[in-house]
Design a protein around this ligand. Structure first.
Ligand SMILES: [Zn+2]
Length: 461
């Protein structure tokens, strides 16, 4: 007997109205065979962007974690995974799935987040403990790209390469003849390292990111030249090039770019410090999963070149080594986390170097509103770092085409490639302006139904 009350419902709990805090639930109800009713969560990310907003992370979940059966993880950025151990702490007993590289990187990110928590907050405010992290990892299974996995509850899952960072996946879920693609973040393909974003041809619904929904990046051809120019200028003015960098993907892209510029003798070889224990460990994970790299990178590696290593590169794992960087005479380059200057060693370097005219700060990724990185990028001449008032006299540069996110035109192209079956595009993970702009762009250019959902809103599919 067919049950007419069967429903597939999509609920938006986070990552709406903002870039960060991705958290969505796909819920099946009304099956007579109750084993076929389920709640699938996609991502459980941290809200980022200033102390006020970040208080949201400590609040209870707006659903009962015990009722969630599955969690699928698109990729290992904090704004997609940062609250997972809290979800476990608060009662989630289901299974977690992702690509294997995402699992490895997530473990590193959780450990690092615990360290940052221990510097920044009282133990009672910790989101979770290392025990919760260990439990999380023990519940976490892996699925490779391109392997459609069927679950007894009556749905199937397929992970496609999102091309955003190592392991990043688009999660395609099929149930009762309907299909939904959760994009996670979509890569700015082609990447110097990983493969291009796969298409989601034939899906009915897309839940997609819109970080750069209202903006296009400068051409990729120019970014290498621009980086070269910035390094040359720093050498000329005998300064420090400070690159606040995201530990996963951005660091590896910049390293591979420096590797090629230095080994081709396009710029003079100067000391380069990779001053981030997390980025150093993440680079090791990249090496472990080099089978996910694109053809060009694999060929370079096969020819015997370590694409993440070159003369005068120094990996500074220990704090004392980090503190000693200032004793190395200029010119030099420092890559340090965190990417938005919210915690991490880059902040000590900013105290040291921002007020120096010979310094250049180079931003290579999106800076969320409310972060120190955004303040510097927006041209603040005075910033406060750990109670130090710092005058910003450094040059501030940005190369956003190093972004790991698709720009507006490429996001549109991604939707277009999905084809005519698409019934609705849910535009999420973007600030209001970017999201609304992109909704309109999809409607105008593709004549498709698109919406910028509100927090807590749900839709029957
Ligand atoms: Zn991401």
């Amino acid at each position: 007997m067919e049950n007419t009350d069967k429903k597939l419902k999509l609920i938006f709990y986070g990552g709406v109205g903002m870039v960060t805090g991705a958290n969505f639930i796909l819920e099946k109800t009304g099956e007579l065979d109750t084993k076929k009713n389920f709640k699938i969560m996609i991502d459980c990310g941290l809200v980022q962007g200033g102390k006020e907003r970040e208080k949201l992370n400590n609040q209870p979940f707006k659903y009962n974690p015990e009722e969630i059966d599955f969690l699928f993880v698109t990729h290992s950025h904090l704004d997609h995974i940062g609250r997972i151990p809290k979800l476990i702490k608060d009662g989630f007993k289901g299974k977690i799935y992702s690509n294997p590289a995402t699992k490895d990187l997530s473990y590193l990110i959780f450990e690092d987040a615990l360290k940052i928590m221990s510097y920044n907050s009282n133990e009672k405010d910790f989101l979770y403990s290392s025990k919760d992290v260990d439990k999380t990892i023990s519940m976490w299974e892996t699925i490779d790209y391109g392997v459609e996995t069927k679950f007894n509850e009556g749905f199937s899952v397929l992970l496609k390469d999102a091309g955003h960072i190592l392991g990043s996946s688009i999660v395609e879920i099929k149930c009762d003849g309907k299909s939904v693609a959760f994009t996670g973040d979509l890569g700015n393909s082609p990447s110097p390292i990983i493969r291009d974003t796969e298409s989601v041809k034939g899906v009915d619904y897309i839940v997609m990111e819109s970080v750069y929904g209202d903006r296009n990046h400068e051409g990729k051809e120019t970014r290498r030249e621009k980086l070269k120019g910035i390094i040359k200028k720093v050498i000329q003015k005998k300064g420090t090039l400070l690159i606040p960098t995201f530990s996963v993907e951005k660091t590896q892209i910049i390293l591979s770019e420096l590797n090629s510029l230095i080994e081709n003798k396009e710029v003079e070889s100067i000391p380069v410090f990779l001053d981030s224990p997390l980025a150093i460990k993440a680079t090791e994970v990249y090496k472990k999963y080099s089978h996910y790299f694109n053809k060009e990178s694999k060929e370079t590696i096969n020819s015997g070149d370590d694409i993440f290593n070159f003369p005068k590169l120094k990996l500074t794992k220990r704090r004392e080594e980090s503190e000693n960087i200032k004793n190395t005479p200029n010119p030099k380059i420092i890559l340090a986390g965190s990417g938005m200057s919210m915690g991490g060693r880059v902040m000590s370097h900013e105290i040291e170097y921002l007020s120096d005219k010979s310094t250049t700060v180079l931003f290579t990724g999106f800076q969320v509103a409310g972060t120190l990185g955004r303040q510097i990028l927006d041209g603040s001449r005075n910033v406060n770092i750990f109670d130090n008032d710092i005058e910003v006299r450094a040059d501030v540069e940005s190369i956003f085409s190093y972004s790991s996110h698709k720009d507006s035109d490429h996001l549109l192209e991604f939707v277009e490639q999905a084809g005519e079956k698409v019934k609705k595009v849910f535009v999420v993970m973007g600030e209001l302006k970017a999201g609304l702009f992109f909704v309109q762009k999809v409607r105008d250019n593709l004549d498709l139904d698109a919406i910028y959902p509100k927090e807590g809103e749900s839709f029957d599919l």
